[in-house]
Design a protein around this ligand. Structure first.
Ligand SMILES: *Cc1c(COP(=O)(O)O)cnc(C)c1O
Length: 447
């Protein structure tokens, strides 16, 4: 099963900007651009097939270490096949997926793991769970993924791994990051929690490093009915070690009674059969949902590319994007609004688009290294694990700071396979706000 993701590039618009008389903005009493009827786009989409899959498992195997094929092993096999890897291990969530990957690769006390300054906090907590420490690198201003030059500057003799996050569904620059890892002998753990089935040079994420970590949390592109995660491994032996670490350090073999012997430090990171059955059922529709999303998002972004000062997300050439989150940057100078700061423009646009019925939001309100857990180094007490590695203080990550200040995101709604009509109205709303730029400017200047 392959997804046919249409490749988009950050090139010229294919649709000319619509001439639009300045309508009264909804924030000032006008009719909202997005009618209420188009505002209910639930995610995940749950069908009778999903319900049947979940109830069927109640009469089947409820434990994940049962002999023979289970929903969990079926899901692992299908995901390994999709990712083109010899091993996939199902786990309890996307955060345990990351720490299990690091554990199976032997990352531990004294090790540093290079992590992007823009991500969900779990990307940086996972190394701590292994008593390693995250060292933050800045991002690229266009792809929002790890900047390889910043990674190179962050590498020290203690660096053991790079953890590229395929943020919002855009694969990181795996050519340059892979080359850096090879030169310095580092492990690579892909955080693909937001990037199911995205590709880099024709290869799916999950097979581009030593391990690929996926989340099946309900808001992700491939959801379960709760919490779940998957880890792929490009080396079957590391995958086998991960299975042992997942279950109390035990070696579980089909056809052999469980012997309850722990051979190494392990956890209980197992996935439940109910979660696996739900995701297996979702996986049947995943390619169709993915194709619809590619179509709708491409049409939506095409309409927005000509609005001055609005920078819609693009796709790095040679890759495909899973469009988990759409991030729009705002440039006051390009919008013809000198003297307006990016943050003030972002706040004004946020308020106006929300009033029009476009559910804009922010994703991350500060760089990860500025989260208290990392500034105050709140770990296991006594300075652990930072005391093992003694990393230098984090240098500033100015691109991450700028992006957080000047951008807004669209989350979840566009994942729905019938989101097309709503996205057209969202585009109307952007055009309406841009037809009222003098109002936007006076709001931004008033703050
Ligand atoms: C969601 C997410 C995770 C964590 O996944 P959970 O299943 O919520 O534990 C990790 N990294 C990124 C980038 C994510 O978006």
């Amino acid at each position: 099963m392959t997804t046919t993701a249409k490749e988009l590039t950050v090139t010229a618009p294919s649709v000319p900007v619509r001439r639009r008389a300045a309508e009264v903005l909804a924030a000032f009493g006008g009719a909202p651009a997005v009618p209420r009827a188009l505002r209910n786009l639930p995610w995940p989409v749950i069908t009778d097939a999903d319900r049947a899959a979940v109830t069927a498992v109640l009469d089947d195997h409820l434990v994940s270490n049962a002999d023979g094929e289970t929903a969990v092993s079926r899901l692992e096999n299908r995901w390994a096949e999709l990712c083109g890897t010899p091993a996939c291990v199902a786990v309890s969530n996307g955060t345990t997926a990351l720490s299990l990957a690091l554990a199976a690769l032997g990352i531990g006390p004294g090790d540093e793991v290079v992590v992007p300054a823009l991500s969900f906090v779990a990307s940086a907590l996972a190394p701590l769970h292994q008593l390693a420490v995250p060292v933050f690198a800045d991002i690229d201003p266009v792809s929002f993924t790890l900047d390889p030059d910043s990674v190179a500057a962050a590498i020290t003799p203690r660096t053991a791994a790079i953890l590229p996050v395929h943020l919002h569904g855009q694969p990181a620059d795996m050519d340059r990051l892979g080359a850096l890892a090879a030169r310095h002998g580092l492990a690579v753990v892909e955080d693909a929690a937001q990037a199911h089935a995205a590709t880099w040079r024709g290869r799916p994420v999950g097979q581009l490093g030593d391990a690929g970590s996926f989340s099946l949390q309900v808001t992700k592109n491939l959801p379960t009915c709760g919490e779940g995660g998957l880890v792929t491994f490009t080396d079957a032996a590391v995958g086998a070690r991960a299975r042992t670490v997942r279950q109390f350090g035990e070696v579980i073999e089909p056809g052999r009674d469980r012997d309850y012997l722990s051979h190494r430090l392990g956890w209980n990171h197992k996935m439940s059969s109910v979660q696996a059955a739900f995701t297996l059922s979702q996986l049947d529709r995943f390619p169709a949902y993915e194709a619809a999303r590619q179509r709708h998002v491409a049409a939506f972004l095409d309409r927005l590319r000509s609005l001055p000062g609005l920078i819609p997300p693009g796709v790095v050439p040679g890759s495909t994007h899973a469009w988990h989150i759409l991030r729009f940057r705002l440039d006051p100078a390009a919008a013809g609004l000198p003297g307006v700061t990016p943050g003030a423009l972002r706040r004004a646009v946020h308020r106006l688009l929300q009033a029009e019925g476009v559910p804009m939001s922010r994703y991350q309100i500060r760089p990860l290294p500025e989260q208290p857990v990392f500034t105050d180094r709140v770990g296991f007490g006594g300075g652990v694990p930072w005391s093992y590695a003694a990393p230098a203080p984090t240098p500033p990550t100015p691109v991450t700071s700028a992006v957080i200040d000047d951008s807004l995101t669209l989350q979840k709604r566009h994942l729905h396979p019938d989101a097309g009509p709503a996205l057209e109205r969202y585009a109307d709303a952007f055009e309406k706000v841009w037809a009222n730029l003098p109002t936007v400017a006076s709001m931004a200047r008033a703050r």
